[in-house]
Design a protein around this ligand. Structure first.
Ligand code: FES
Length: 364
């Protein structure tokens, strides 16, 4: 037994050292020369090969979503590589569906630029920018949720679609040895173009949330890029059922600002769930939206209410079931934990809502 363990240890160590040598050797020795990447058939960038496709695009100020800093662990950095990507790597497989593999979708942080490539990316990613900002306000919303307001310095304004998100940069700091970006939905009023606000829940041990909660102060510089994301309000006039919890408030709040700005009279009901009353926030702002929007109502729901709570009790999905009947013509906008979203989808479908009318943003 002891001998087996020692053998396994020796073989594993040898493999790890060999892999490290190969990576270093490739960096130092391999010379791929100049490579040209053709983007969407009409844009060409030429650079020295050897870096990842994600690094190549970032160096040209083309920002692809990437929450793990290129480690191959978030699955966000998908790009269609029509030519020149080489074999699919085992590190990519868990993040790509059979359909995506068939369509040459790859993780750009795992694909190395070794030769000329032909890639396709959504046009809207070409308008994503990196912003330098100043943190001008931090507001405590609950015991573990804060709202951060950034003034955009360079560029000085941002246009985004309500529901989209941005990526906040976190540098190395005491106890953190890596630089990362993390995705957060924009919560601010879209007409407030010189600022970006987001709502962040503290994740114990989370690199980015720890940094923003413990180290960031008013006046500090912030780097972010964006906007990203497909989650957005449709152009129909269908009744909207919004369901959110925690920092899932952010994109819904942004959509409500947009509805107010455009004088929307769409019927909308917003179910916002918390475990206790301490998990609810922005209640005054929601009351104001009820006054400003002709057909909007806000329904706070508390799972474990204390005595004196007169609002909806239980899970947010139970409140939807109690209050809604036929939702076959309605649409839903869901933001929050994967568990809450999956449970909401089941309830909404049981109330007749077609799956195609359910839009969601899972905060994992
Ligand atoms: S950047 Fe996270 S998987 Fe590529």
């Amino acid at each position: 037994m002891g001998l087996t363990l020692v053998s396994i240890f020796i073989v594993s160590s040898f493999s790890a050292v060999l892999a490290a040598i190969l990576v270093i050797a490739e960096r130092v020795i391999a010379n791929y020369g100049e490579c040209t990447i053709t983007i969407n058939k009409d844009k060409h960038i030429t650079l020295k090969g050897g870096c990842s496709l994600l690094e190549a695009l970032t160096s040209e100020k083309i920002f692809i979503p990437s929450a793990c800093g290129g480690k191959g662990t978030c699955g966000y950095c998908k790009v269609t590589v029509n030519e020149g990507a080489g074999q699919l790597l085992p590190t990519e497989e868990p993040y790509l569906s059979p359909e995506e593999r068939k369509n040459n979708v790859r993780l750009s942080c795992q694909v190395k630029v070794r030769n000329d490539m032909d890639i396709s990316i959504p046009e809207e990613l070409l308008s994503v920018r990196e912003y330098s900002c100043e943190l001008v306000d931090i507001k405590d919303l609950t015991y573990d949720i804060k709202q951060f307001r950034m003034k955009l310095i360079e560029p000085a304004d941002m246009s985004f679609i309500p529901g989209q998100y941005l990526q906040l940069f976190t540098p190395k700091y005491d106890g953190n040895t890596e630089e990362v970006y993390r995705a957060y939905s924009i919560s601010s009023d879209p007409k407030d173009k010189g600022y970006a606000e987001t709502i962040i829940r503290l994740v114990p041990g989370g690199i980015c949330t720890t940094y923003y909660f413990q180290y960031m102060k008013k006046g500090n510089k912030v780097k972010l890029n964006g906007p990203y994301g497909e989650f957005r309000m449709s152009n129909t006039n269908a009744k909207m059922i919004c369901i959110a919890g925690g920092s899932g408030m952010a994109p819904i709040k942004c959509i409500l600002h947009h509805m107010k700005n455009t004088g929307s009279t769409r019927e909308a009901v917003y179910y916002f769930g918390g475990n206790t009353e301490k998990d609810l926030f922005l209640l005054d702002e929601m009351k104001q939206f009820e006054k400003d929007l002709a057909n909007f109502s806000f329904v706070p729901v508390v799972a474990k209410p204390e005595q004196g709570w007169n609002g909806e009790k239980g899970l947010v999905t139970e409140a939807v079931l109690r209050n809604e009947k036929d939702l076959s013509k309605a649409e839903a906008y869901l933001c929050g934990s994967p568990g809450m979203i999956d449970a909401s989808i089941v309830v909404l479908k049981n109330l007749g809502m077609p799956e195609a009318n359910i839009f969601y943003d899972k905060f994992s």
